[in-house]
Design a protein around this ligand. Structure first.
Ligand SMILES: *[C@@H]1O[C@H](CO)[C@@H](O)[C@H](O)[C@H]1NC(C)=O
Ligand SMILES: *[C@@H]1O[C@H](CO)[C@@H](O)[C@H](O)[C@H]1NC(C)=O
Ligand SMILES: [Zn+2]
Length: 479
């Protein structure tokens, strides 16, 4: 009798505790800020050079105009997606109309879409309590046999870290966590190394990362999905077994945890659509948004390869702020230090960094149009086969080429640096779903997360298999 009442009370306390823990984000969904300013997303398609150069001018000075280019225009007939606060929409419309460029509003209220896409499915207090408790119970049971992560939905950084620890604990022979560095806000940048035996550091290496840009949540989920495939299929799939036996695969699912947590901290468009890291942020109170923050560095402009030359900005308020100097940020330094460590340097044959969105498979160099490494033919061949394998699953179509040729030149990217400075042969930057035919951009429907993981894994397996084949054939890198 006593025991049952004690466990009854502790059950109650435990449940209250879990509800409190889980509530910050849920609470926001239940009580969205009332005085926020509505944000809209415009899709704009330039049909002549005058229209294109107007869009490029707006892009380069977007922070002056309070515009956030989810996707810049990359050429004639290529779409741009631009988020704008309602108070600036008239200016944007007038400016666009002055050139007669084609535009339409694709998202009339960004925050409403955030709520629609990302709020917890159960809304009543009681069902939330039950739901939470069942999830935790289920995840505990699941831990007896395998590591649990709620794939098919977005989760916070702690849950991501817990999953990595669980994988390392449950598959100790083939998996081991590593800490690449510590962020500006003091978070550990934890990743996982998969290879049998876990302690071996002599094999050839494949590097995979995601989440360099805070709002690109689907890339984080995709990297985690790869981990699941490797550890759970090790004993089931002969190809995976060879990957794990013959290579060391390093996966850092979230390169920018401070930014990731910031995008989860608040459901206003300003927070959810944050791109950079959270270094040197200054926030001011504003009449419209409550808080306006400036600062943060675009990590994918902060690497030391033609740093600051093109497609990046020296203004701290810009979305593509390059930092005060190359590798000024702990997050980019952490990637550098891993790739340059004794454990990886001279052994890494592939570097795959995942972003969203636009459905593109990019190889170096992104700094200038028409600038290619000597082995570009091999890089393109693997990219083409990767894109085909990816497309064979659901018919998703990716284009491939350099970032400069496909999009616009930009310097200081991690992929260019990995190729040009760290000497990694197969270096790719993947821009995952969605494509032009969709309009929701970074707010990808969580129901699409697993399909994105499935198809991207098919593409990335082509790269890993290529690394395996090259080393079997004893190929020696020519450059
Ligand atoms: C802008 O142009 C569109 C047609 O392209 C038109 O419907 C709209 O009224 C114009 N708006 C302004 C403010 O000029
Ligand atoms: C521009 O071209 C696109 C197709 O590329 C077409 O759908 C659109 O109507 C054109 N817009 C204008 C204003 O000519
Ligand atoms: Zn990105």
């Amino acid at each position: 009798m006593r025991w049952s009442s004690i466990s009854g009370i502790s059950f109650l306390l435990f449940s209250l505790f879990t509800v409190c823990l889980a509530q910050t984000r849920e609470e926001q969904f239940a009580n969205p800020p009332k005085d926020y300013e509505r944000h809209l997303v415009f899709r704009v398609i330039p049909n002549n050079t005058e229209q294109l150069s107007l869009l490029n001018k707006l892009y380069l000075e977007s922070h002056e105009f309070h515009l956030d280019f989810w996707k810049p225009a990359t050429g004639l007939h290529q779409y741009a997606d631009v988020m704008v606060p309602e108070s600036r929409a008239k200016f944007l419309v007038n400016t666009l109309n002055s050139t007669g460029v084609f535009w339409r509003v694709t998202i009339p209220d960004v925050q409403r879409l955030i709520i629609e896409r990302e709020s917890p499915k159960q809304t009543s207090w009681f069902s939330r309590l039950g739901n939470n408790f069942m999830t935790r119970l289920f995840s505990r049971q699941k831990k007896e046999t395998g590591a649990y992560y709620g794939f098919g939905d977005y989760h916070n950084y702690d849950e991501i870290m817990r999953y990595l620890d669980d994988v390392a604990r449950i598959y100790p022979d083939i998996a081991k966590t590593f800490i690449a560095g510590t962020t500006n806000e003091g978070r550990e940048m934890k990743g996982i190394k998969i290879g049998n035996p876990a302690e071996d550091t002599t094999k050839r290496v494949v590097w995979i990362d995601g989440g360099m840009h805070a709002r690109e949540w689907a890339s984080v989920h995709t990297a985690l999905y790869f981990i699941k495939q490797l550890v759970e299929n090790y004993n089931r799939d002969p190809q995976i077994k060879r990957f794990v036996e013959e290579l060391n695969i390093y996966i850092l699912p979230c390169v920018n945890p401070d930014g990731y947590e910031y995008t989860r901290s608040d459901i206003t468009p300003k927070a959810r659509l944050w791109r950079k890291n959270r270094g040197r942020i200054n926030c001011k109170n504003s009449r419209w948004w409550g808080k306006i923050c400036c600062g943060g560095t675009d990590l994918n402009r902060n690497f030391d390869y033609h740093w600051s030359e093109t497609g990046s900005s020296a203004s701290t308020c810009s979305e593509v702020y390059q930092g005060d100097y190359a590798f000024s940020e702990p997050e980019s330094r952490a990637v550098r230090d891993m790739l340059m460590s004794n454990e990886l340097y001279g052994k890494t044959d592939a570097f795959v960094t995942m972003h969203t969105y636009a459905q593109m498979w990019m190889h170096p160099y992104g700094t200038r149009t028409g600038d290619y490494p000597n082995d570009v033919a091999e890089l393109r061949d693997v990219a083409r086969r990767g894109v085909n394998a990816l497309g064979s699953v659901y018919g998703t179509r990716f284009s491939y080429g350099t970032g400069a040729d496909l999009m616009y030149p930009s310097s200081g990217g991690s992929d260019d640096w990995a190729k040009g400075k760290a000497g990694v042969k197969y270096t790719y930057l993947l821009e995952l779903r969605p494509s032009e035919s969709s309009w929701d951009g970074f707010l990808l429907d969580p129901r699409l997360l697993i399909p994105v993981g499935v198809e991207t894994w098919e593409g990335v397996k082509v790269v890993i298999q290529e690394v395996l084949d090259r080393n079997r054939n004893g190929a020696v890198d020519g450059d």
